[in-house]
Structures are given as structure tokens and as C-alpha cells.
Design a protein around this ligand. Structure first.
Ligand SMILES: [Zn+2]
Length: 288
């Protein structure tokens, strides 16, 4: 497949996420660097977002998300600073996020992730994931210049090694794949989605972390309000499915009857809700 047709496929696939398309004049190949706070940016391209933190002593980034994207991200960082990328955080193992970091490895960056990612990342048959240098178990603080980025492991999530990314001084939170505000995600993306565990993550984040700025791994923008609405969606889905299961309803019956009208304006609500009901039902039943 040529680079162009690969790119078109990628754009078509990921175009589903944002609710916008080339027809709207939106070009997902165009890199967008948005300043959220002093020295704190969201880098967006191909419907993937990275946190970019610029300090006098170097740059911290999350998720390369492919070679083409990381090359463009490197150029865009150059427009902000001459400093080297010193730290690359992998939010989780999934290859669409973790591949493509070699350009940062070449300039000496340290790659950091939760320890359970190591084994999963080593399985990349295409060998495009730079293997992590540093792993942690429960929490890890990255301090560089005047900035601090904390990683927290709250258990299984989308996959088994998700880091919750939080800047305690800047009050910034990033949720990758488990936080998709305003969007009832496509069914094929739910295979590793542990709904009960994700609900637990939302509750821990809301109880334990302070934030006034939120990034989603994919959606163009988020906010504390959008984050809380996303939590309410997860909770309403859990409550409705749990209640139905207690009454002895089958997953098929629940898929046909459960409605969450508060979220009917969300993208994908009509087409995708039944798959989420099914995933939640299995998640409650299996515990994953
Ligand atoms: Zn994922």
C-alpha cells in the first residue's frame, strides 16, 4: 500500500472519532499545537493527542502514535524550543499509541511506562515500539525543570497497563482511550475496554486528583465538565446494565431495551450503544 493510500485509510478510520471530515474543511493530517498553560501544550494530528511539556531543561511528551506523526511532532516542538525531548511517556501498550518513538530515542529520550506494559510491548511483531527504559508499579513522578508530571496506575483499564497522566502543580489531567467525551466509541475499539475497571478509574481520579484542564487521547478538546459528563455516562451505563442483570435479563434483552437518553446527543449514540451495553454486561459478568 502506498503512503498516500495508507494515510487515507488512517484518516478514514480515525475520522470516525472526531465527527469531522475533510468535507467540513478539517484536515486531520495538519499538526495542531495548542497551548493549554504556560509550557503545557496539546499536540494533535491524525486524531491522536499528545501532552507536550516544555521546560528549560528539556521536553516531556506522551505517545508518539506512529512514525509520520512523531516526525511532525518533532518539527512542531522545534518551533517552541531548542531543548531536547528528554522523556517519552507511554500512556499504555496499544501499538497505535506506542509505535514510532525512534526519532526521540535517537536524541537520547528516556521512555517511561507502567511495568505491565513491558511484556505486552515486547510482542510488537513489526518491532516499531521503542522498548521502555524505566517502569513503575503504582506511581511515578517525572520532574524536569520547573515541571512535574505524575503517572498513576489504578489497575486494568483499556488494556492492563494504563497510566493516568496528571500534572499536580499545573492541574492538568490526561485520559487516553478511557476518556472520550461526547462520543459513544466504535464497537471494534472495545475489545480491551474493561468497563468496570474504567468506572473505578473515573471515581479514583475524581476523588484523588485536582485538575482544571483535561486532555483526551483523541477528542479535539475536553474540560472538567466534559470529564464529569463522561463519568456520568459510564456510571449510567453500569447502573442500567447491573439493574437489568439483577432482574435476570439476558445481554441480548438488555441490548434491545437499555436507553440512556441523557446522552442521546453524543456522537455514535444510536449505532454504538448496544455494543457498549454488551461490553458492560460481559465486564460485570467476567470482571474484566
Ligand atoms: Zn488503547
Amino acid at each position: 500500500m502506498s503512503v498516500t493510500s495508507k494515510l487515507t485509510t488512517l484518516t478514514l478510520t480515525l475520522g470516525m472519532i472526531s465527527g469531522v471530515s475533510a468535507a467540513d474543511g478539517f484536515d486531520p493530517t495538519k499538526p495542531v499545537m495548542t497551548e493549554l498553560k504556560d509550557g503545557v501544550y496539546q499536540y494533535s494530528q491524525f486524531f491522536y493527542n499528545s501532552l507536550v511539556v516544555v521546560t528549560d531543561e528539556g521536553v516531556i511528551i506522551t505517545d508518539p502514535s506512529g512514525e509520520a506523526r512523531s516526525k511532525m511532532m518533532r518539527k512542531e516542538i522545534n518551533k517552541l524550543t531548542d531543548a531536547l525531548v528528554k522523556k517519552v511517556i507511554y500512556s499504555h501498550d496499544h501499538f497505535d499509541h506506542s509505535r514510532g518513538g525512534q526519532i526521540f530515542k535517537d536524541e537520547g529520550a528516556e521512555f517511561i511506562t507502567q511495568e505491565k506494559c513491558t511484556e505486552l510491548m515486547s510482542r510488537d511483531l513489526e518491532n516499531r515500539v521503542v522498548q521502555p527504559d524505566t517502569t513503575y508499579q503504582d506511581s511515578y513522578s517525572i520532574k524536569l525543570g520547573d515541571k512535574q508530571v505524575d503517572l498513576h496506575y489504578y489497575g486494568p483499564n483499556d488494556g492492563d497497563c494504563m497510566s493516568i497522566i496528571h500534572m499536580p502543580t499545573d492541574n492538568v489531567l490526561m485520559g487516553v482511550d478511557w476518556h472520550l467525551p461526547g462520543y459513544v466509541n466504535e464497537p471494534y475499539r472495545l475489545t480491551a475496554h474493561n468497563y468496570v475497571a474504567i468506572l473505578n478509574t473515573f471515581e479514583r481520579v475524581l476523588n484523588e486528583l485536582e485538575f482544571d484542564t483535561v486532555l483526551s487521547g483523541h477528542m479535539p478538546a475536553s474540560s472538567p465538565e466534559a470529564f464529569k459528563e463522561d463519568y456520568r455516562f459510564n456510571k449510567a451505563l453500569f447502573d442500567a446494565v447491573w439493574e437489568g442483570m439483577q432482574k435476570g435479563k439476558t445481554t441480548e434483552e438488555l441490548k434491545n431495551t437499555v436507553k440512556l437518553p441523557e446522552f442521546s446527543h453524543w456522537r455514535g449514540y444510536e449505532e454504538n450503544l448496544p455494543a457498549h451495553i454488551e461490553r458492560m454486561s460481559y465486564s460485570i459478568w467476567h470482571g474484566n
